[in-house]
Design a protein around this ligand. Structure first.
Ligand code: TXE
Length: 501
């Protein structure tokens, strides 16, 4: 069955709470913009603390509903598999929705929507492979086993750069583990998450298992992060917001996982295959117009090949086809937010003020209309201590930094508050492994970049956050362990002494 959500254009979208669409308590809506036109294209409900409270209540009720609480794990997997099938059937509409909502090129949103069914299917398969253990407790006549239980109501706060893929990274393991969810999409990209709510309903999830409260970060987001009914928060977004979300989790004594920004080192040694390495740099920083947390935005190039690699990267940047994101031929669409383009422009000016040189780009392309486009930009003669190399720009801007010594390179690569991802291009296996061990990053790519898999645990170190998505590790993040100790010996024990034997 195809979703009707693409008809969201020009309409008002409500909240999804307790298995039904409902109007926001305060009756307010806000405009969501199409970045390729710089104009509003639908209105989303401006959810507030009352709406969050209702959604958390609906999710808590679902956790007590026998239809979800007592479902077998295999059947839980079946529901997730059904959701995967529905996403599969609606791939094209979902891709169109996201392209319209955040300006990401259709080739990339299609690839992401094509991957999502596999993502959910993987976790559907894991649903009945979550289990405790029987432990060899050091006491005769006693049995100790553990149960792996769901946590309860999980709050997922997602950003705008890959709305459904990032939501799914938390949602799929979270549902597979038997939790109920309140999702708060970014105020800039509500559409695809609302479409997913409709698909969850069609898949047959009990009411309240998946709820969506759209709205602003300071209202809906903050209310969700502080809500005492939340058992865990899964947040993806900016580092400052992540700090605040973590503080709310600490106040409520609940765990949280944070996937924050990055400033990933992408290294080219002089023995690397230059064509593949250049392609990797381009893919690593210009894909999604640089609005990916793993963007390889600090590109360290060995001095012997520096000039040649910079020239090639700049030539590739100049040749990038910038255009409407829904056009199949486009390689680089607009930035998702007006404010994001202004931020990129400020950073380009910083770079020039600090003495870096523009090898390509640096301004708005001559594209008709009011879309938020920006040229792929290559800074040469950049240094790791420049502001453009220290801060996450989150746009199509790469800093090309020269190095000549491996130890110094590692020190510079690690001289960043972030630690999300890293890449290295070399034909020397010893060097690749030395780099992989030494670099402070949650994911290291060797002779490839931005290669993702639902099997491979991913997540940052340092200011890039904590917690893992993907793989069995992600499932564990959404469960808690209960230890059950049974005495079947028939012995009596001293009532006043702890039983250590
Ligand atoms: O993120 P925010 P923004 C980085 C990137 C970008 C910067 C800011 O550098 O330029 O962050 O982006 C919700 N309590 N990344 O401002 O504000 C908000 O509504 C609770 C990296 O868009 O962190 C949205 O749903 N929630 C990144 C989500 O948090 C709050 C992806 C993220 O928005 C809140 C995006 C609050 N007080 C940006 N304030 C990545 N890791 O991929 C906001 N939100």
């Amino acid at each position: 069955m195809k979703t009707t959500m693409p008809q969201i254009a020009g309409r008002r979208a409500d909240l999804f709470v307790g298995g039904d669409w409902r109007k926001p308590a305060a009756g307010r809506y806000f405009a969501s913009y199409d970045p390729s036109a710089g104009a509003p294209w639908y209105e989303a409900a401006d959810g507030d603390a009352d709406d969050v409270d209702a959604a958390v209540g609906a999710a808590a009720a679902a956790m007590q509903d026998p239809a979800w609480r007592d479902i077998t794990q295999t059947r839980r997997g079946d529901l997730i598999r059904r959701l995967a099938e529905l996403i599969d059937e609606n791939q094209e509409s979902l891709a169109q929705l996201e392209t319209r909502d955040n300006g990401k090129i259709i080739g990339e949103t299609r690839a992401q929507m094509n991957y999502l069914p596999q993502y959910f299917t993987y976790f559907a398969g894991l649903a009945d492979k979550i289990h405790g253990e029987v432990l060899p407790i050091n006491k005769t006549g006693m049995l100790n086993f553990t149960l792996r239980e769901p946590l309860g109501v999980v709050g997922i706060i997602a950003p705008w750069n890959s709305p459904l893929s990032i939501l799914a990274a938390a949602l799929a393991p979270c549902l597979a583990a038997g939790n109920a969810v309140v999702a708060k999409p970014s105020e800039h990209t509500s559409a695809s998450t609302l479409a997913l709510a409709e698909l969850c309903m069609q898949a047959g999830f009990p009411a309240g298992v998946f709820n969506v409260v759209t709205g602003y970060g300071e209202s809906a987001g903050r209310a969700l992060a502080r809500h005492p009914g939340i058992a865990k928060l899964a947040f993806t977004g900016g580092t400052d917001t992540g700090r605040e979300v973590a503080a709310h989790a600490a106040a409520n004594l609940v765990p949280c996982s944070l996937e924050l920004g990055g400033k990933s080192p992408h290294v080219i040694f002089d023995d690397a295959d230059p064509a593949r390495a250049v392609n990797g740099v381009v893919a690593g920083v210009f894909a999604a117009a640089g609005q990916t947390c793993v963007a390889g935005s600090r590109c360290f190039v060995h001095a012997r090949v520096y000039d040649d690699i910079v020239a090639q990267v700049a030539a590739r940047a100049r040749a990038v086809r910038i255009g409407h994101p829904a056009d199949d031929a486009t390689q680089l669409g607009p930035l998702a937010l007006r404010a994001q383009r202004e931020k990129v422009e400020r950073y380009v000016q910083h770079g020039l003020d600090e003495g870096a040189k523009l090898a390509a780009g640096g301004g708005r392309p001559g594209i008709e209309g009011d879309g938020w486009y920006f040229q792929p930009t290559v800074f040469s003669d950049a240094r790791n201590d420049m502001k453009i190399a220290r801060d996450e720009i989150f746009g199509p801007v790469v800093c090309m930094i020269r190095f000549s010594d491996e130890a110094d390179l590692i020190a510079q690569a690690n001289d960043s508050v972030y630690g999300l991802a890293a890449g290295v291009w070399t034909r020397d296996i010893d060097r690749a492994l030395r780099f992989a061990r030494a670099v402070e990053a949650g994911t290291v790519w060797v002779n490839t970049y931005r290669s993702a898999s639902f099997v491979s645990p991913a997540g940052g170190f340092k200011a890039s956050g904590y917690g893992k998505h993907n793989g069995v590790e992600a499932m564990r993040e959404f469960t808690r362990i209960k230890s059950v100790v049974i005495d079947h010996s028939g012995r009596d024990h001293d009532a006043f002494v702890i039983q250590l034997k």
